[in-house]
Write a protein that binds this ligand. Structure first.
Ligand code: C2E
Ligand code: MG
Ligand code: MG
Ligand code: MG
Length: 287
């Protein structure tokens, strides 16, 4: 792009960037009405036990069915929702909707108890610092008649780096109630491993970048060593390890041998409608 002395002109000189900015602006202003109009929906991706292949739960992943642009992934609108604060009501809706879904799965499984299907919900940093988080979560669980142990909240490692006690307090309260807290995208945030002891987490979700290193065979020995080290450390701290982005059977086998507990990825299933989880878990229960 040509450098221009007049600041405004250089912006006009890049029509693509302009279009992107307009879309961003358009999406941002459309977000509040989208929530009112029910344009968001949730896909669920199964979490599979690496030892026996059983479906243990699912992660809720939000999508936006935009009237003009079609289905938009969270990377397109979550940052905008965080910027405007709409993430708080949107995140509350995701929590409510997926807990309602977890309840429906349990009923289908013929029990009020924890059953095999648990639900993982992503939490953004803004929700974490919102004072209503704990009470909202308690209310949503109670209204749905779902016990806290059915819920796992995923918080990214980067959101918790350097977190002070005020930020950790609501997570601690939720953990004490029996809600699991997972550290999402673990390994990308350069956090101090010793720091883990201070966080109220019970699950590490190893980032997809680690599984990517195991695509080729034989896998990169350094990657294997790193994963092995993380798993050993996690287990010694009583943390379960989930791996994301498993795309092949060879990866799944490597990760199982390395001691990872649970896996998620296209090899098992892409994110999909809630009915699919039903069928998967039922097929599973029948062996
Ligand atoms: P995440 O929590 O790390 O979710 C995993 C992402 O990896 C999902 O992308 C999922 O579709 C994708 N994925 C799963 N298996 C595979 C695989 O085998 N290969 C590859 N290449 N990708 C795989 P998605 O659905 O686009 O979500 C992106 C991110 O958006 C999520 O990353 C999460 O951080 C965020 N997000 C999604 N839903 C919500 C939500 O309700 N609230 C908040 N705050 N963030 C959300
Ligand atoms: Mg996640
Ligand atoms: Mg993740
Ligand atoms: Mg990730």
């Amino acid at each position: 792009r040509a450098k221009s002395a007049g600041g405004n002109r250089s912006e006009l000189a890049d029509p693509e960037a302009d279009a992107r900015a307009i879309t961003r602006h358009g999406l941002t202003t459309a977000l509040p009405t989208a929530l009112e109009r029910g344009e968001f929906f949730i896909e669920y991706q199964p979490l599979v036990h690496l030892g026996d292949g059983s479906v243990r739960g699912a992660e809720a992943l939000v999508r936006w069915l935009h009237p003009q642009h079609g289905v938009l992934g969270p990377d397109r609108f979550i940052p905008l929702a965080e910027h405007t604060g709409l993430i708080v009501p949107l995140g509350r809706w995701v929590l409510e909707e997926s807990i309602r879904q977890a309840r429906a799965w349990r009923v289908r499984h013929g029990g009020q108890d924890a059953g095999p299907l648990r639900i993982n919900v992503n939490l953004s940093p803004c929700q974490l610092s919102h004072p209503g988080l704990v009470q909202d979560t308690v209310d949503i669980l109670e209204r749905a008649g779902v016990t806290p142990d059915a819920l796992c909240l995923e918080v990214t490692e980067s959101a918790l780096i350097g977190a002070d006690d005020d930020l950790l307090k609501p997570l601690r309260r939720l953990a004490e109630m029996g809600v699991d807290i997972a550290l999402d995208d673990f390994g990308t945030g350069y956090s101090n491993l010793a720091n883990l002891r201070r966080l109220p987490v019970s699950v590490l979700k190893l980032d997809r970048s680690f599984t990517q290193g195991m695509q080729q065979f034989p896998a990169d020995p350094v990657d294997l060593k790193i994963v092995e080290g993380i798993v050993t450390l996690a287990h010694s701290l009583d943390l379960a390890v989930t791996v994301e982005g498993v795309e092949t059977g060879a990866q799944a086998e490597q990760l199982r041998v390395l001691g990872c507990d649970t896996a998620q990825g296209w090899y098992y299933a892409r994110p999909g409608p809630p009915e699919r989880l039903h069928d998967l878990a039922l097929a599973d229960a029948k062996g």
